[in-house]
Design a protein around this ligand. Structure first.
Ligand SMILES: [Zn+2]
Length: 430
């Protein structure tokens, strides 16, 4: 069963498989998590070869490989951040203060701030600058347990700079242990030079950018910011269907500030996921459920914008939608790079249970990236992306907002992060 180079993770306090079938029945309130108390995991050739109760581990498994003692640890699948804008230049802490002083997102945007200030800095940056500036952000995300990150373009807003952003994502994917999923978001906003001729910009996206992005094989998904004052539902439909024609799977930013019917468009075009949804209608949500579109909720935005409005996660869960939670990491509205913090917000303010949140940042997030067959749970045959948390119970993870709980991160079967010795076990601070 074992080979040199195998990794055996033994006797974890809890293994959270996110596979309901693997549950040992010990925690009926969290049956969906597939919890195994005192569990072990065998990793071989970058994949999970065996997972189960430590007492059931086949004798042959404790052979020649390395052994990682996980006593006292809670093991989760590597976290999946299904919605970010993590490649950008310049930060916007002054706008953060302006909002604290009472200005709204739209007011700041109307004064030339907001997303367009990031666009002009990205346009001025070289490809090398973009890569160099973004690489440490990925290292930070990895330390917080995130092993797969979707990153959108959308700060270039012309052909040359959208391609530059996507090329930066490709290089970052090669240079970082984190796996990156590239999304083309040319329809993020109208660039200043097209502000008075939006139809011509949509034309450029549809006939110029999408074919070029597809030909260069630089994106897997195509996304649109569909919102009152930005792209209409008609424009969103046109762009996403055109993307599909070129093999780009649809995603959408939908109904963040008002119900514009974008959730319905998500369902209509067969979007893999739809983000935000704070104002999505019941009808739109039901259509998404029918279409199998994953709802990606982004509570970090409410934190960043200082709002008390959150998407109605309970309604979506009660309607039977699959719900993911992501950071929306971006310099304007959500300077949040930790899925753990996003998860804590989802628990406290969206009333998702800790178990629902853990599924939302693992299995359902993988589904939102169409990677459910490879990542997002600890099942035999899946890629060995794992996070060891130094906590007494999985519920402690969202409970300790911002806690330094990640002890070890394993990516593709290799240990890529170990917490330094300076900080003792979480249990010691109690
Ligand atoms: Zn976004």
């Amino acid at each position: 069963l074992t080979h040199a180079g195998d990794l055996l993770i033994v006797k974890a306090r809890q293994v959270v498989t996110c596979e309901p079938d693997l549950s040992d029945g010990s925690d009926p309130e969290a049956a969906e998590l597939g919890l195994i108390q005192e569990g072990s995991i065998l990793v071989s050739d970058r994949k999970i070869r065996w997972v189960g109760a430590a007492s059931d581990l086949p004798a042959e498994a404790s052979g020649t490989g390395r052994v990682l003692d996980a006593a006292g640890m809670v093991v989760l699948p590597g976290l999946v951040d299904a919605h970010t804008h993590a490649v950008f230049m310049g930060t916007r802490e002054r706008e953060y203060e302006m909002r604290i002083r009472g200005m709204t997102y739209m007011e700041i945007a109307q004064q030339g701030g907001g997303i367009i200030s990031t666009v002009s800095q990205v346009r001025q940056a070289s490809l090398g600058d973009l890569v160099e500036t973004s690489l440490p952000r990925l290292a930070g995300m990895l330390r917080r347990g995130t092993t797969t990150v979707e990153i959108k373009s959308g700060y270039g807003l012309d052909l040359e700079n959208e391609l530059k952003m996507l090329e930066a994502i490709r290089r970052l994917d090669q240079q970082s242990p984190v796996d990156l999923v590239p999304t083309f978001l040319g329809a993020h906003e109208f660039p200043p030079e097209y502000k008075d001729k939006p139809g011509r910009y949509v034309d450029l996206v549809v006939n110029g950018m999408i074919p070029a992005v597809a030909e260069a094989r630089l994106a897997e998904f195509c996304d649109v910011f569909c919102e009152r004052g930005v792209f209409t539902v008609e424009q969103a439909r046109l762009i996403l269907l055109r993307g599909k024609e070129f093999g780009l799977k649809p995603k959408i930013h939908a109904d963040e500030f008002a119900d514009s019917g974008a959730a319905g468009v998500a369902a209509e075009v067969g979007a893999v996921s739809a983000g935000h949804l704070a104002f999505a209608s019941r009808q739109g949500l039901l259509a998404m459920k029918q279409a199998g579109t994953v709802a990606v909720l982004l509570p970090g935005v409410s934190l960043g914008l200082g709002r008390c409005e959150f998407a109605d996660a309970r309604r979506m869960l009660d309607l039977g939608l699959q719900v993911a939670v992501a950071t929306d990491f971006n310099p304007g509205s959500s300077m949040v790079d930790s899925l753990l913090i996003a998860g804590s917000l989802a628990c406290s303010f969206m009333k998702m249970t800790p178990a629902e949140v853990i599924l939302a940042i693992t299995r359902h997030a993988a589904k939102a990236l169409d990677r459910q067959n490879r990542i997002g749970s600890l099942a035999v045959g899946k890629i060995a992306d794992l996070v060891l948390f130094d906590v007494p119970d999985f519920r402690y993870i969202p409970y300790h907002l911002g806690g330094d709980m990640v002890a070890t991160v394993i990516k593709n079967g290799e240990v890529v992060f170990t917490r330094s010795q300076g900080y003792g076990p979480e249990s010691r601070i109690n």
